[in-house]
Design a binder for this molecule. Structure first.
Ligand SMILES: [Zn+2]
Length: 173
């Protein structure tokens, strides 16, 4: 590495501290020859994680998307952005460990649900209702049953009911 101003390679480290995401180190550096100060960020190089889509094509895993889907599900709920960022990071790490470098799309949804169920029940039910399109109705009903077992859900019984009511042929016509 060299000084961005004068190109000098002999740089001094003034200060090192952990980055806000907890997975990087920020170093404040100074160039002794021109006194320019700047910051470098050092992080572990991770193996790329790919997502296997339903049509079997591959895409890069995007932690930001995981975060965003949880943020939407947590709209107006008392869940902090920091909690969701830390959760998104944890989900990425779990998937990386479990699937090495290729993870099926539906496993991401499952991991998100697992985490949301421990964070906020309403957000969990919201996410699960969107997630429906990825899973069979049977799986979804099973999931809602799990939610029903949670005492905390009592005030939101009407919401559950809406989600698990699947119109029969008669009701449709
Ligand atoms: Zn310099």
């Amino acid at each position: 590495m060299h000084c961005p101003s004068c190109g000098n390679e002999d740089l001094k480290v003034l200060d090192s501290r952990p980055g806000s995401d907890g997975e990087s180190i920020r170093r404040r550096r100074e160039c002794p020859s021109c006194s320019r100060r700047f910051t470098t960020i050092e992080r572990i190089e991770k193996a790329r994680l790919f997502v296997i889509k339903r049509d079997t094509s591959r895409a890069d895993f995007n932690r930001e998307k995981v975060f965003e889907s949880m943020r939407l599900a947590c709209g107006k709920r008392p869940v902090s952005i920091e909690t969701l960022q830390a959760t998104a990071l944890r989900i990425e790490e779990q998937l990386q460990k479990k699937f090495d470098n290729e993870v099926p799309t539906k496993e991401i949804g499952r991991a998100v649900m697992r985490e949301l169920s421990t964070i906020d029940t309403v957000a969990y039910v919201r996410f699960a209702s969107v997630y429906q399109e990825f899973e069979t109705v049977a799986d979804f009903a099973e999931m809602v049953e799990t939610v029903q077992r949670e005492e905390a859900l009592n005030p939101f019984r009407h919401l559950q009911k809406e989600l698990i009511t699947i119109p029969t042929q008669e009701e449709k016509s």
